[in-house]
Design a protein around this ligand. Structure first.
Ligand SMILES: C[S@@+](CC[C@H](N)C(=O)[O-])C[C@H]1O[C@@H](n2cnc3c(N)ncnc32)[C@H](O)[C@@H]1O
Length: 228
């Protein structure tokens, strides 16, 4: 596992852990972030409000997707289990299911035509993509000209601050959440790229107007970029 790639066994193991934590995913996420994730998600939700077609990649149980304001929302995730949970939650929330299209695929090979999306976003998922360069190339391909891309995720720091974040995830988060799931996150956190590192790869891929927005004392970031 490194900042760009996760090998296939490690990735499958990660997917199993993610699927296993699903019944309580929102609860764990909310406790771990002290309820602040809603505020950060809101930034992506607001961005979607003037975007006709949105694609969320790594949409999981639909936590963000069901809040997006776009007319049409493609939910891309390699896990059918996640899509099933998302579909049920959307129905329960009485949001018209026709707004959504569920695509079972990884970010590295998205079965969507070129230049279709006005907005692509990833919330707490980019870090789990097994080939970040390939995923960025795919995201660039499916975006329309002037389309926008946003990543919301945990920020890696290659210094003492990163060690503090790691220790919070490994030792404090399991206590706050009453779950062992953060321990897996701590393991993967070691191999995350920094926001600046991902911004540089985005630039190489062709994205422009790349901006890093640090949030929550720089423990969280939003990276935004455009296809121009
Ligand atoms: C922590 S969940 C994020 C859920 C959701 N986006 C949210 O709003 O919280 C991460 C998701 O990324 C998905 N994922 C992992 N690897 C992926 C890949 N290579 N391509 C697309 N999605 C992937 C997982 O299946 C999982 O549903």
């Amino acid at each position: 596992m490194d900042a760009l790639k996760i090998d296939s066994n490690e990735w499958k193991n990660l997917e199993n852990v993610l699927e296993g934590m699903m019944p309580s995913y929102d609860n764990i996420n909310s406790r771990m972030t002290l309820g602040r994730d809603k505020k950060w998600r809101k930034i992506l939700i607001n961005e979607s409000s003037n975007k006709d077609i949105a694609v969320e990649i790594g949409s999981g149980p639909g936590t963000l997707a069901m809040m997006l304001k776009s007319r049409k929302i493609f939910c891309v995730d390699p896990s059918d289990k996640m899509h099933k949970i998302a579909g049920e939650r959307i129905k329960q929330a009485k949001i018209p299911l026709e707004k959504f299209e569920f695509i079972t695929a990884p970010a590295e090979s998205i079965p969507v035509n070129n230049d279709v999306a006005d907005f692509v976003c990833c919330a707490f998922a980019f870090r789990d993509f097994y080939d970040k360069k390939k995923a960025l190339t795919e995201i660039y391909r499916i975006l329309k000209n002037n389309g926008k891309f946003m990543i919301l995720d945990i920020a890696k720091h290659n210094n003492i601050y990163g060690t503090l974040i790691y220790n919070y995830i490994k030792y404090i988060a399991p206590v706050i959440t009453g779950s062992d799931a953060p321990k897996m996150l701590a393991k993967t956190y070691k191999s995350f790229g920094t926001p600046k590192y991902y911004a540089d790869i985005m630039k190489e891929t062709g994205f422009r107007n790349i901006k890093i927005m640090p949030l929550n004392l720089r423990t969280i970031f939003i990276l935004s970029a455009e296809k121009i």
